[in-house]
Design a protein around this ligand. Structure first.
Ligand code: MF3
Ligand code: CO
Length: 272
């Protein structure tokens, strides 16, 4: 009943259901998570973000794969490293991480024809209670979004769940940047807003749809400033801290399968 209804109402989205397609996606997600596990020990006080980027690029190439962000719309690096008030797309460079910083490391890879994409926010040294709270909220927002998923649910269910959490904790949820479908292409339909948008109602997550959930939460307002002069860096409009986590998910008949679980990173329920 539900299936007929949703298939009739739903917009056509790319789906990957054949065994070799699912295997390709799983391998890409697994490798992408492996890169985050590889850089994790280097993400600490004193490390320059550009060094993390070089290490990640070398690791990806050594394994015979391709950094997906490098050259994407002219983006100059392998990772995005977004420190403190940077919401997303921070460009790695000479900046050294300092005690008290929070930094999101976003990695995307191209693995035998399939894209992988995930990110984590790291706490550097002794951080303020607010930095810890915003990081926790972004992590919990991602997981509440994942737990809202059932086969044939609508994309709007994700935004509803995340929006409710943001309101409860008094944090802004960025609306200008969204999650996305992913697979043979880096970014494809459906867009995954982290707030409930009416137009996502028609996007049905039937088995075989692969996408990211990557909420950005701000300690202050949801607004972002105009892009920096470097053409990429996005900051909060009010200078407040921003945190983000991202997983790549494949919807299956049995429910959501998280493709980018790390071995050494925070698991669902983690307390920062
Ligand atoms: N990894 C980002 C995402 O989650 C994409 C960054 S695009 C780049 O979709 F060009 F800035 F790398
Ligand atoms: Co993404």
């Amino acid at each position: 009943m539900r299936r007929l209804f949703t298939l009739r109402r739903g917009r056509r989205l790319p789906t990957y259901q054949r065994e070799e397609e699912v295997a390709g996606l799983r391998a890409a997600g697994r490798f992408n998570a492996q890169v985050l596990d590889f850089v994790r020990p280097y993400v600490r006080e004193g490390a320059a973000t550009g060094r993390l980027d070089r290490l990640a690029q070398e690791y990806i190439r050594d394994h015979g794969h391709v950094p997906a962000c490098l050259g994407y719309n002219g983006y100059p690096c392998t990772l995005c490293t977004s420190v403190n008030d940077v919401v997303c797309h921070g460009i790695p460079g000479n900046q050294r991480l300092r005690s008290g910083d929070i930094v999101n490391i976003d990695c995307s890879t191209y693995v035998n024809g399939w894209y992988g994409d995930s990110s984590e926010t790291f706490l550097i040294g002794d951080v303020s209670p607010e930095a810890r709270r915003i990081t926790q909220a972004a992590f919990d927002a991602m997981w509440i979004g994942i737990r809202s998923l059932t086969p044939y649910c609508s994309v709007i269910d994700i935004g509803r769940a995340i929006h409710r959490l943001g309101l409860q904790r008094g944090f802004g949820i960025v609306e200008n940047f969204q999650g996305h479908g992913i697979g043979r292409m880096f970014h494809q339909d459906p867009g995954i807003p982290h707030v409930p948008l009416r137009k996502s109602k028609r996007d049905v997550l039937y088995p075989g749809v692969c996408f990211t959930i990557e909420p950005m939460l701000n300690a202050g307002g949801a607004e972002t400033a105009p892009v920096d002069d470097d053409g990429w860096t996005v900051r909060t409009a009010d200078g407040s801290l921003s945190a983000q986590f991202e997983h790549q998910i494949l919807m299956t008949e049995a429910g959501p399968e998280v493709l980018t679980l790390t071995k050494s990173g925070p698991r669902e329920g983690h307390v920062f």
